[in-house]
Design a binder for this molecule. Structure first.
Ligand SMILES: Nc1nc2c(ncn2[C@@H]2O[C@H](COP(=O)(O)OP(=O)(O)O)[C@@H](O)[C@H]2O)c(=O)[nH]1
Ligand SMILES: [Mg+2]
Length: 219
Protein backbone atom coordinates (compact mmCIF):
# COMPACT_ATOMS: atom_id res chain seq x y z
CA UNK A 1 0.00 0.00 0.00
CA UNK A 2 2.69 2.44 1.07
CA UNK A 3 4.81 1.44 -1.88
CA UNK A 4 2.03 2.32 -4.30
CA UNK A 5 1.66 5.72 -2.71
CA UNK A 6 5.36 6.50 -3.02
CA UNK A 7 5.37 5.35 -6.62
CA UNK A 8 2.44 7.58 -7.50
CA UNK A 9 4.14 10.56 -5.85
CA UNK A 10 7.28 9.94 -7.86
CA UNK A 11 5.25 9.73 -11.05
CA UNK A 12 3.45 12.95 -10.15
CA UNK A 13 6.71 14.82 -9.63
CA UNK A 14 7.89 13.44 -12.96
CA UNK A 15 4.73 14.65 -14.70
CA UNK A 16 5.23 18.10 -13.22
CA UNK A 17 8.81 18.11 -14.44
CA UNK A 18 7.71 17.01 -17.93
CA UNK A 19 5.35 20.01 -18.01
CA UNK A 20 8.20 22.26 -16.88
CA UNK A 21 10.42 20.94 -19.69
CA UNK A 22 7.59 21.42 -22.19
CA UNK A 23 7.09 25.02 -21.08
CA UNK A 24 10.76 25.74 -21.64
CA UNK A 25 10.69 24.23 -25.15
CA UNK A 26 7.52 26.17 -25.96
CA UNK A 27 9.10 29.39 -24.75
CA UNK A 28 11.83 28.93 -27.37
CA UNK A 29 9.39 27.55 -30.02
CA UNK A 30 11.42 24.36 -30.34
CA UNK A 31 9.84 21.10 -31.52
CA UNK A 32 11.16 18.22 -29.44
CA UNK A 33 11.35 14.63 -30.62
CA UNK A 34 11.84 11.66 -28.31
CA UNK A 35 13.44 8.82 -30.31
CA UNK A 36 12.88 5.33 -28.97
CA UNK A 37 13.82 1.84 -30.12
CA UNK A 38 15.64 -1.35 -29.18
CA UNK A 39 19.42 -1.05 -28.89
CA UNK A 40 21.02 -1.03 -32.33
CA UNK A 41 17.97 -0.14 -34.46
CA UNK A 42 19.78 2.91 -35.77
CA UNK A 43 18.78 5.89 -33.59
CA UNK A 44 22.21 7.51 -33.57
CA UNK A 45 22.71 6.72 -37.26
CA UNK A 46 19.41 8.44 -38.02
CA UNK A 47 20.50 11.50 -36.05
CA UNK A 48 23.82 11.59 -37.88
CA UNK A 49 22.12 11.41 -41.29
CA UNK A 50 19.58 14.03 -40.25
CA UNK A 51 22.23 16.49 -39.06
CA UNK A 52 24.29 15.92 -42.21
CA UNK A 53 21.28 16.63 -44.41
CA UNK A 54 19.58 19.46 -42.52
CA UNK A 55 22.21 20.81 -40.17
CA UNK A 56 23.18 23.78 -42.33
CA UNK A 57 19.68 25.24 -42.39
CA UNK A 58 18.19 23.91 -39.16
CA UNK A 59 20.07 24.27 -35.88
CA UNK A 60 19.75 20.80 -34.40
CA UNK A 61 20.67 19.87 -30.82
CA UNK A 62 20.76 16.40 -29.32
CA UNK A 63 20.41 14.99 -25.82
CA UNK A 64 21.78 11.47 -25.68
CA UNK A 65 20.61 8.88 -23.15
CA UNK A 66 22.54 5.71 -22.38
CA UNK A 67 23.26 3.47 -19.42
CA UNK A 68 27.01 4.02 -19.71
CA UNK A 69 29.56 5.77 -21.96
CA UNK A 70 29.39 8.94 -24.02
CA UNK A 71 30.00 7.16 -27.31
CA UNK A 72 26.81 8.39 -28.97
CA UNK A 73 27.46 11.96 -27.84
CA UNK A 74 30.97 11.69 -29.27
CA UNK A 75 29.55 10.56 -32.62
CA UNK A 76 27.12 13.49 -32.68
CA UNK A 77 29.67 16.07 -31.53
CA UNK A 78 31.78 15.32 -34.62
CA UNK A 79 29.00 17.03 -36.58
CA UNK A 80 29.43 20.29 -34.67
CA UNK A 81 26.03 20.52 -33.06
CA UNK A 82 25.14 21.10 -29.43
CA UNK A 83 25.03 17.74 -27.66
CA UNK A 84 24.93 16.44 -24.10
CA UNK A 85 24.95 12.92 -22.69
CA UNK A 86 22.95 11.52 -19.81
CA UNK A 87 24.22 8.29 -18.26
CA UNK A 88 21.38 6.63 -16.40
CA UNK A 89 23.75 4.32 -14.51
CA UNK A 90 21.58 1.27 -14.95
CA UNK A 91 18.13 2.81 -15.43
CA UNK A 92 16.42 1.49 -18.56
CA UNK A 93 14.80 4.78 -19.65
CA UNK A 94 15.10 8.54 -19.37
CA UNK A 95 12.72 10.50 -17.17
CA UNK A 96 11.76 14.17 -17.09
CA UNK A 97 13.94 14.93 -14.08
CA UNK A 98 17.05 13.58 -15.78
CA UNK A 99 16.23 15.57 -18.91
CA UNK A 100 15.61 18.73 -16.93
CA UNK A 101 19.01 18.48 -15.26
CA UNK A 102 20.69 18.20 -18.66
CA UNK A 103 18.91 21.17 -20.25
CA UNK A 104 21.30 23.71 -18.74
CA UNK A 105 23.98 22.33 -21.10
CA UNK A 106 22.19 23.90 -24.11
CA UNK A 107 21.88 27.41 -25.46
CA UNK A 108 18.26 27.22 -26.66
CA UNK A 109 18.51 30.60 -28.37
CA UNK A 110 20.54 28.72 -30.97
CA UNK A 111 18.31 25.65 -31.40
CA UNK A 112 15.52 25.09 -33.96
CA UNK A 113 14.95 21.37 -33.40
CA UNK A 114 15.74 19.23 -30.37
CA UNK A 115 16.16 15.46 -30.34
CA UNK A 116 16.27 13.22 -27.30
CA UNK A 117 17.73 9.77 -27.99
CA UNK A 118 16.23 7.55 -25.32
CA UNK A 119 17.88 4.48 -23.81
CA UNK A 120 17.58 1.49 -26.16
CA UNK A 121 14.57 -0.40 -24.82
CA UNK A 122 11.11 -1.21 -26.16
CA UNK A 123 9.37 -1.35 -22.78
CA UNK A 124 10.37 1.16 -20.10
CA UNK A 125 10.63 4.45 -22.06
CA UNK A 126 6.94 4.14 -22.99
CA UNK A 127 5.80 5.17 -19.52
CA UNK A 128 7.75 8.41 -19.24
CA UNK A 129 6.77 11.78 -20.65
CA UNK A 130 9.93 13.86 -21.02
CA UNK A 131 8.15 17.01 -22.18
CA UNK A 132 8.49 16.14 -25.87
CA UNK A 133 6.00 17.03 -28.61
CA UNK A 134 6.59 13.99 -30.78
CA UNK A 135 7.48 10.38 -30.21
CA UNK A 136 9.31 8.55 -32.94
CA UNK A 137 9.99 4.82 -32.77
CA UNK A 138 12.39 2.85 -34.91
CA UNK A 139 12.20 -0.82 -35.73
CA UNK A 140 14.94 -2.29 -37.87
CA UNK A 141 14.40 -5.12 -40.32
CA UNK A 142 16.69 -7.70 -38.57
CA UNK A 143 14.67 -7.35 -35.35
CA UNK A 144 11.73 -9.09 -37.04
CA UNK A 145 8.30 -8.00 -38.23
CA UNK A 146 6.55 -8.94 -34.97
CA UNK A 147 7.97 -6.23 -32.72
CA UNK A 148 5.00 -3.86 -32.88
CA UNK A 149 2.49 -6.53 -31.94
CA UNK A 150 4.73 -7.88 -29.17
CA UNK A 151 5.47 -4.49 -27.60
CA UNK A 152 2.21 -2.61 -28.28
CA UNK A 153 2.43 -0.12 -25.41
CA UNK A 154 5.35 1.85 -26.77
CA UNK A 155 3.97 1.82 -30.32
CA UNK A 156 0.50 2.96 -29.25
CA UNK A 157 2.10 6.19 -28.08
CA UNK A 158 4.25 6.74 -31.13
CA UNK A 159 3.44 9.40 -33.73
CA UNK A 160 5.94 8.24 -36.32
CA UNK A 161 7.22 4.73 -36.89
CA UNK A 162 10.41 4.36 -38.91
CA UNK A 163 11.22 0.98 -40.38
CA UNK A 164 15.01 1.17 -40.69
CA UNK A 165 17.59 -1.01 -42.47
CA UNK A 166 15.35 -1.73 -45.45
CA UNK A 167 18.58 -2.39 -47.39
CA UNK A 168 18.57 -5.73 -45.50
CA UNK A 169 15.11 -6.80 -46.73
CA UNK A 170 16.56 -9.11 -49.44
CA UNK A 171 18.43 -11.08 -46.75
CA UNK A 172 15.94 -11.24 -43.88
CA UNK A 173 12.44 -12.68 -43.68
CA UNK A 174 10.30 -9.64 -42.98
CA UNK A 175 6.69 -9.16 -44.05
CA UNK A 176 6.48 -5.37 -44.37
CA UNK A 177 2.75 -5.36 -45.24
CA UNK A 178 1.88 -7.35 -42.12
CA UNK A 179 4.19 -5.15 -40.07
CA UNK A 180 2.44 -1.98 -41.26
CA UNK A 181 -1.05 -3.45 -40.86
CA UNK A 182 -0.34 -4.47 -37.28
CA UNK A 183 1.05 -1.01 -36.52
CA UNK A 184 -2.05 0.71 -37.96
CA UNK A 185 -4.28 -1.71 -36.03
CA UNK A 186 -2.63 -0.40 -32.86
CA UNK A 187 -2.72 3.23 -33.92
CA UNK A 188 -4.55 4.07 -37.17
CA UNK A 189 -3.06 7.57 -37.53
CA UNK A 190 0.54 6.38 -37.12
CA UNK A 191 2.82 7.78 -39.81
CA UNK A 192 5.08 5.03 -41.13
CA UNK A 193 8.21 5.62 -43.20
CA UNK A 194 10.54 2.98 -44.58
CA UNK A 195 14.16 4.07 -44.52
CA UNK A 196 17.77 2.99 -44.72
CA UNK A 197 20.35 5.03 -42.85
CA UNK A 198 22.97 3.11 -44.81
CA UNK A 199 21.82 3.84 -48.37
CA UNK A 200 19.71 6.92 -47.62
CA UNK A 201 16.61 5.35 -49.21
CA UNK A 202 13.38 6.86 -47.87
CA UNK A 203 15.11 9.52 -45.78
CA UNK A 204 13.78 12.37 -47.92
CA UNK A 205 10.28 11.74 -46.48
CA UNK A 206 11.69 11.93 -42.96
CA UNK A 207 13.56 15.15 -43.74
CA UNK A 208 10.41 16.66 -45.29
CA UNK A 209 8.40 15.81 -42.15
CA UNK A 210 11.03 17.47 -39.94
CA UNK A 211 11.21 20.59 -42.12
CA UNK A 212 7.44 20.93 -41.84
CA UNK A 213 7.63 20.69 -38.05
CA UNK A 214 10.24 23.39 -37.85
CA UNK A 215 8.49 25.72 -40.29
CA UNK A 216 5.21 25.31 -38.36
CA UNK A 217 7.05 26.78 -35.40
CA UNK A 218 7.90 29.80 -37.62
CA UNK A 219 11.57 29.54 -36.95
N1 LIG B 1 22.56 -2.26 -42.88
C1 LIG B 1 22.22 -1.18 -42.15
N2 LIG B 1 22.86 -0.94 -40.98
C2 LIG B 1 22.48 0.15 -40.27
C3 LIG B 1 21.46 1.04 -40.71
N3 LIG B 1 21.31 2.00 -39.77
C4 LIG B 1 22.19 1.73 -38.79
N4 LIG B 1 22.90 0.64 -39.08
C5 LIG B 1 23.96 0.01 -38.26
O1 LIG B 1 23.34 -0.52 -37.08
C6 LIG B 1 24.24 -0.44 -35.98
C7 LIG B 1 23.58 0.27 -34.82
O2 LIG B 1 23.34 1.62 -35.19
P1 LIG B 1 23.17 2.79 -34.11
O3 LIG B 1 22.84 4.02 -34.88
O4 LIG B 1 24.35 2.85 -33.21
O5 LIG B 1 21.89 2.27 -33.29
P2 LIG B 1 21.27 2.77 -31.91
O6 LIG B 1 21.81 1.87 -30.85
O7 LIG B 1 19.78 2.60 -32.08
O8 LIG B 1 21.65 4.20 -31.73
C8 LIG B 1 25.49 0.26 -36.51
O9 LIG B 1 26.45 -0.72 -36.84
C9 LIG B 1 24.99 0.97 -37.75
O10 LIG B 1 26.00 1.19 -38.71
C10 LIG B 1 20.81 0.76 -41.95
O11 LIG B 1 19.92 1.44 -42.42
N5 LIG B 1 21.23 -0.37 -42.62
MG1 LIG C 1 22.55 5.19 -30.07
Amino acid sequence: MTKIKIFSNIMKSDEDMADKNRQLFEQFHIPVINIMSSPGSGKTSLLEKTIMALGEKIRIAVLEGDLQTDRDAQRISKLNVQVAQINTDGACHLDANMVNKALSAFDFNKVDLFFIENVGNLVCPAGFDLGENWRVNLVSVPEGDDKVIKYPVIFRKCDVLLLNKIDLLPYVQFDRERFKKEAWDIRPDMKIMEISCLTGEGLSDWFAWLKKLVSKNNI
